[in-house]
Every structure is written in C-alpha cells, then in structure tokens.
Design a protein around this ligand. Sequence first.
Ligand SMILES: *Cc1c(COP(=O)(O)O)cnc(C)c1O
Length: 320
Amino acid sequence: MMEKHQGSPVQEVNDLELKDSGIRLLIKREDLIHEHISGNKWRKLKYNLREAAEQNHHTLLTFGGAYSNHIAATSFAAQKLGLSSIGIIRGEDDPTNPTLKFAREQGMMLRFVSRKDYREMTFVETRLIASNSRVSQDQQARSIASLQEEFGRFFLVPEGGANGLGVRGCAEILPEVEEDFDVVCCPAGTGTTLAGLALTLKEDQNLLGFPALKGGEFLQEEVERLMEESRLRPQSTVNFQLITDYHFGGYAKMTPELLAFINGFQKRTGIPLDPIYTGKMIFGIYDMIQKGRFKKGTTILAIHTGGLQGWQGMKHRALI
Ligand SMILES: *Cc1c(COP(=O)(O)O)cnc(C)c1O
C-alpha cells in the first residue's frame, strides 16, 4: 500500500494578491497524496512501516494528542496493512472527538495517559520541555518497558513519526520536483520534515522552516539531530533558517486574522490549507513577500504538508 503512491503534484499559485510582487509561488501538494494518511505523515510512516514489516511486527504503537494528524494517519495505515495499532493519547477520552472516533473505527486501541505520564513516555515531548525538567533516559526506558509488559511486542513509532526513518521518507519530497525553485518553505512541528528537506537541498537553494509552536528555536538543534539519525548525507552545505514569527500564539492557536487569511486564500486559489501548520506558513510567506523579504524574481516552493483533518478538531473544540 505504501509503495503505490506516485509523488505529489506541484501547482503554481495564481493569486492576484501576488501579481505585482515579482515572486513566483509554487505549492507541492502533499495533501493530495492520500485522503487519510495525509502529506508528510505518509512520508514519515513509509520507512517506519517497512522496518516494522522487516522485523516481523504485527502491532504498531505510537503517541499523539487527541486531535493528532499522526494518530489518524497511523491508525489508517495499520488497518490497511492488517496490523494492530495502539495509540497512547495525551489527556482524557472524549468519544465525540472526531480524530479519536476515526482512529477507533480503524481498530486502533486507545490508551489515555496524563500529561506527566505522556511526557515520560514520548521521545519528542521530552525535548520540547525545558532542559531542567528533562525526563531522564532511564525513566523513558522504564515507561516503554511497562508498555511492553502491558501490550506485548510492538513496533514503536515515535510521536509525529519523528525519527531517522521518518526523515528518510521526507528526503524523497524534493527529488520529485521538476520545476526550478530558489527557496523551500515548510511548516514544522517536530522538524522531521525539515530535516528530510535540508538533506536534499541544492547548493544554491534556501530552506525556511515555520514552527507551528511558540519557542520554535529549539528546532535548530532538533533538525540537526534528526538529520544525523537518518544517516543520510546532505547533498550540500545545509542551509536552513527558522522563521519563528508566525506561531499565532502557539500550537493549535487560531486568530480571526489567520482564519480570514486561510479562507481568502482558498477562495482565490482553490487550495485548502490546514489550521495548525500550512495556514500559518502561507500567511507567513505572504507577509514576508509584502515586507520585501524575498528578492524579486524568487521562486518559492511551499510544501503543503496536509493535515486537513485538523479542521474537524478545530470545530470540535469550538475554536472556530
Ligand atoms: C505533523 C504535521 C507537520 C509537522 O511535521 P514535522 O515533520 O513534525 O515537523 C506539518 N504539517 C502538517 C500538516 C502536519 O500534519
């Protein structure tokens, strides 16, 4: 199932608002890869699922928030491949939550844990919190051991698919693009997608990462660590920069201005954006174009990382 996909199309954005900017904006529509395993989640799962198969695993275990695109994607992929799946979910159960409902329909078994326990178990979140409260490796190992005791043998996919195998999948995005471009823009959560892009950037290209959370500066180190973990060699000197001005107050925060922008963009271009990641990035790109941050004649390639199922979650939380 994970072999069939033929790459995602690149689409030029025809928007009157950009007409006099001297900037060409292309979007790589990773959101079109799959209805349920959307965008970069497909890329990040690809080699994780292959590894799970090679190690003869029948169960996947992963982690996520209650509205996580990764949980939705993993539950669907597991079901399609005939694997069992377990989702360790941060927080409390809510049977009306559309993402959890979807995951359950795919047969994912959900286990709800407190924020504290979640932090101890996950690999990603431990790195998000201040270093003085960093969860020790020991504690993490103990948490995983207790999960193994409870669930038996499983293949562990880290939260968000954030590991070297995830990076490997994301390193297949740029080589698919035939058009010329100068700057690549990509939203960031764990930085795994950025790491894959950074590894496949050419000498004369720049990469801009747009963190969806506040304090995204930590991603600098994290992206470098993930690149190492993938054991892929960069094609050229790695040239990426984090643009931390467009988090809109933090992860999954929405403002009327951002919502109006996303709706206007879709109306003008026909391209739907997600509320957590790509909406903020495209807003940021437009703002930077307006402020003259790109040289005239620049071609920008924005990565549409998918995530459209996130709208259901925004509605469910009554945030929009
Ligand atoms: C998960 C997700 C991201 C974050 O990707 P990372 O590789 O974790 O940085 C970005 N965009 C969308 C739509 C996502 O679902």
